[in-house]
Design a binder for this molecule. Sequence first.
Ligand code: BV8
Length: 246
Amino acid sequence: MSEAHGTGANGPIVVLTGAGISKESGLDTFRDKGGIWEKVSIEEVATPEAFQANPERVQQFYNDRRRQLTQDRPEPNAGHTALARLAREWPGEVLVVTQNIDDLHERAGQDNLIHMHGELRKARCTDCAAVVAWDDDLAPATGCPHCDTGTLRPHVVWFGEMPFQMERIFDALQRCGLFISVGTSGSVYPAAGFVQEVLRGGRARTVELNLEPSDGSVLFHESRHGPASEVVPAFVDDLLAGRIEL
Ligand code: BV8
């Protein structure tokens, strides 16, 4: 593979991941059959208004998912480990932007990583905004260990809240030479609009690796459909072997 492929001249590779990459690790997706939003509604558990109206219900929703992460200890799958290998072996920058709030990318060794929708194993003070690692249940009265006056909420982005590190993400999208979307239905914004942002730059190649075509499939130069544990390692092999024209 010519060095030109991986140099900064092409900008970073940006990878957007969604719940589909964690599915084979045993974590539910949101909109598939049997998914999370089939069992509970967004308005009930994933908006600031829901938290205001019924904090116990919202805390319980995240306590259940945090326990699944900390007690069942799902393992990263071959999709996660292939992205970590890409970041290690690719001669240029690889940035993974995940919509997921699980810690499977970290546990696969991914370090240049942005959790744009927050993290299930962190809590944030509603008063002083301190963010703390948190593996236990949260109750509406759980106090902040920093300011002693505030209480803790899940450090996740609810609908109607601004996702994290948007400036850094858009900067990378505008510079990138390759945009890969993995395991996401492309139904939640602003993440679902990232591929259009990349296409506006006019240079980058866009690739979708998903179990089935997403809402935005037509916007990708290439799509490979199948489980992440198969299609992601195969694509990373092709990329590292110089078989993908950038
Ligand atoms: C914002 C964290 C603006 C919490 C999540 C009205 C009011 C306000 C905003 C809006 C509004 N109307 C619309 C909006 C915008 C809204 C939005 O997009 N709504 C949608 C429903 C239309 N977006 C927002 O509100 C965002 N904020 O706009 O702020 C703003 C501006 C100024 C100032 C302040 C604010 C915030 C959105 C973030 C919400 N939080 N999660 C939590 O996890 O509980 S979103 C939630 O959906 C998850 O994070 C999830 O990651 C995300 C996207 O879902 P996917 O990851 O794609 O999962 P999904 O199940 O949908 O798809 C799975 C895919 O995997 C499928 O395609 C499937 O085929 C595939 N798959 C399955 N198995 C496999 C597989 N692929 C590979 N291998 C497999 N084995």
